[in-house]
Design a protein around this ligand. Sequence first.
Ligand code: SF4
Length: 364
Amino acid sequence: MAPMTPTALDDLLDSLVSAALAGERPTREQLLEVLRAPDEDVLDVVAAASRVRRRFFGRRVKLNYLVNMKSGLCPEDCGYCSQRLGSTSEIMKYSWISSDEAVQDATRAVAAGARRVCLVASGRGPSDRDIDRVSATVSAIKEATSDVEVCVCLGLLKPGQAERLSEVGADAYNHNLNTSEQNYGDICTTHGFDDRVQTVEHAKQGGLSPCSGAIFGMGESDDDIVDVAFALRELDPDSVPVNFLIPFDGTPLAGRWELTPLRCLRILAVFRFMFPDSEVRASGGREIHLRTLQPLALHIANAIFLGDYLTSEGQAGEGDLAMIADAGFVVEGAEDDADAAPAARHDLVAVRRRGLGSSLPANT
Ligand code: SF4
């Protein structure tokens, strides 16, 4: 297919912005064109998505924080996951942490600016005893910190389990579709796409705010990206994590590096046009795939995870906060400090002691 002319791309982006601001769905062909936009036009795509983001979220960035309550040793075989059956990734493996540990971790994150804490555990799905345990933790976090949202992510739900979490004050449930229905069998064989859809439906029926997104960089085509975006829209999620594959050694997708920073921005823009007023979160893998372009992602997404992921380290929390401030955004909940001058960063000024005039090699 011939690339679009600059004028045709401008028209497409104007029409996507108008539709998004009116709450209308983009068409499949429009989203495919966004994914095909040439590298030299990606800033135009970002600017268009940014108009939508600004209308609904201003310059706020919501910080989410992951609490990994149970790590590794999962019986499922999701190919992208370092905790999967047969994974030889050298990750930390542990059984349930105590409620006290979870509360301490969550409280520190809230003090650092997190508005939502996500309680996550590996596994196919929770037993009723697991629901008891997590319910106690949800209640304890709600008691210890005011004004924090608690999201729970425990895998496939059975009927009635969402209701129990909702009764103790959980706000949301995360369960991602991850990839298109067509592609699903290539990334997991122990459960199916329909199982995942059903769990999001259980969460909604149980009164929990649905959080569901996807992972990219797993061999999917542009059509797969658009397919999963449409499948997610059918579920009407309140928040949509957009993950980029972290290719762990010891998993089937080890060594797979197929994303570029510009492709990540196009994918994020697709999700902003599809979910104009939902929380779109630049999630796992943003540091390693967006790299120096991370701040541009903030013009499209209105949320990120603060700090580390479940089994891999993220950018330092301080680095996240500095990036948000430097790019002219403000952490949700800290709007009052938005125009405060930054703290002095003496650590950033280093006297040169290498290259000319020294016996050390130059910085090249
Ligand atoms: S994504 Fe969840 S269900 Fe799949 S292997 Fe990892 S921990 Fe298990």
